[in-house]
Design a protein around this ligand. Structure first.
Ligand code: SF4
Length: 396
């Protein structure tokens, strides 16, 4: 099934998002500076970049047989993958080519920050195998970018998108809402700016205050106002309405795409496809087991150089898998399938899901369409809570 066909059948989750194939995620753990809200794994020292690229290539080789399948998607995430130069990208691609089969038309995404996307960089990326950019714009307003400590300014955000469109058709941008002092009109203007620039895919997240971040400390000291859930909900409603009016499908809670531009990589995650994650802090899933690499660059490099995988694993129980299916499914337009629950987990899981869903179906927070249960527009902002009501704790 092609991604374009998703919209023709909203009842069927996209088997083509991974098909029988798998995804490859490569974590590039470097950033120019630390954004105040960020708790991802990265280092602001680029000294070990070359050594780390070597280690990534070595890990690709060490794990080439771990999850069998043809690569459907490759995703360079971070950190800041746009810090890679042409030679580093080429070394990684050469290693992938030598050890994996790749589908004919893979989706190959690179996360990029606006300040890295000069014309020269875009030319280099367009000449490489990258065919999708995911750009960390976050906001088109100077005040927001300063509060977040982003490395780019508002002019760079616009300029890089105008330039990027000359080299790439498949572009996604990230935007953050729910910031203290961000009035509704400013949030709406952010969305309008993205629409004026004709960007076909937007991922949009509420600002969250993660432990041990600079943002948390500023809020504790009273330097920054606390984040308000009511503001985040108001912004989310503006987001959903604005994007739907502009012809975007809200195919996952935080993701909006025009037909033909849904992220194949992310859709594969949400529909339970297997993926291999390479690099410090990267996670992998083979259908039964989750694993994650150490989130420390020097320790990662040292282990890989010694031929060891710095990885921890956990095997998922049937209940874990059911809970994950419910959690990710209810965040998507495809919802959850009762027949799939029965087939994959057993009749008692299906009966439990139906029983738990009943109250929310009556309140029109969930709706049932034959075999599928989906979250309604009214229930959207509550979808994680609705999913947790369907979770099982100990039935396996
Ligand atoms: S650029 Fe991205 S990964 Fe790096 S600090 Fe900022 S939000 Fe985190």
């Amino acid at each position: 099934m092609k991604i374009e066909d998703f919209l023709q059948d909203r009842k069927t989750p996209p088997s083509g998002a991974g098909g029988l194939g798998i995804g490859l995620y490569i974590h590039i753990p470097f950033c120019k500076q630390a954004c105040h809200y960020c708790d991802f794994h990265f280092s602001t020292s680029l000294k070990k970049k070359d050594q780390l690229v070597e280690a990534l290539c070595a890990e690709i080789i060490l794990r080439k047989n771990e999850i069998p399948g043809v690569l459907q998607t490759i995703y360079f995430g971070g950190g800041t993958p746009s810090l890679l130069d042409a030679d580093e990208l080429e070394r990684i691609f050469k290693t992938i080519d030598a050890h994996f089969a790749i589908t004919e038309n893979p989706e190959i995404t690179l996360e990029a920050n606006p300040d890295d996307l000069t014309e020269e960089k875009l030319k280099m990326l367009a000449q490489s195998r990258i065919n999708r950019l995911s750009i960390g714009v976050q906001s088109f307003f100077e005040a927001d970018l300063k509060l977040m400590n982003r490395a780019h300014n508002a002019d760079e955000a616009v300029r890089c998108l105008e330039l990027a469109k000359a080299y790439f058709d498949n572009i996604s941008i990230d935007l953050i809402y729910g910031m203290p002092d961000m009035i509704n009109a400013r949030w709406k203007e952010n969305l309008n700016k993205a629409l004026q620039l004709d960007i076909p895919h937007i991922s949009s997240y509420a600002l969250t205050v993660e432990p041990n971040t600079a943002l948390q400390k500023f809020i504790e000291k009273g330097v920054v106002k606390p984040v308000d859930d009511a503001v985040a909900q108001a912004h989310f409603e503006i987001l959903v309405d604005t994007m739907q009016q502009a012809g975007f499908e809200n195919y996952e809670f935080s993701n909006f795409g025009k037909p033909g531009y849904f992220s194949r990589n992310n859709t594969a995650y949400w529909t339970g496809k297997a993926y291999l994650g390479i690099g410090p802090s990267a996670h992998s899933y083979d259908g039964n087991t989750r694993s994650w690499n150490i989130n420390n660059n020097p320790k990662y490099i040292k282990a890989i150089e010694a031929g060891e995988l710095p990885v921890e694993r956990e095997t998922l129980s049937l209940t874990d898998k059911y809970n994950e299916y419910v959690m990710t499914g209810l965040r998507t337009i495809w919802g959850i399938s009762l027949s799939k629950i029965e087939e994959s987990f057993g009749l008692k899981f299906k009966e439990y899901a139906l029983q738990q869903a009943e109250k929310h179906l009556e309140e029109h927070l969930l709706s049932r369409d034959g075999d599928r249960i989906v979250v309604t527009k009214k229930g959207k902002f509550l979808s994680d809570g609705l999913a947790s009501d369907l979770f099982l704790l100990n039935l396996s």
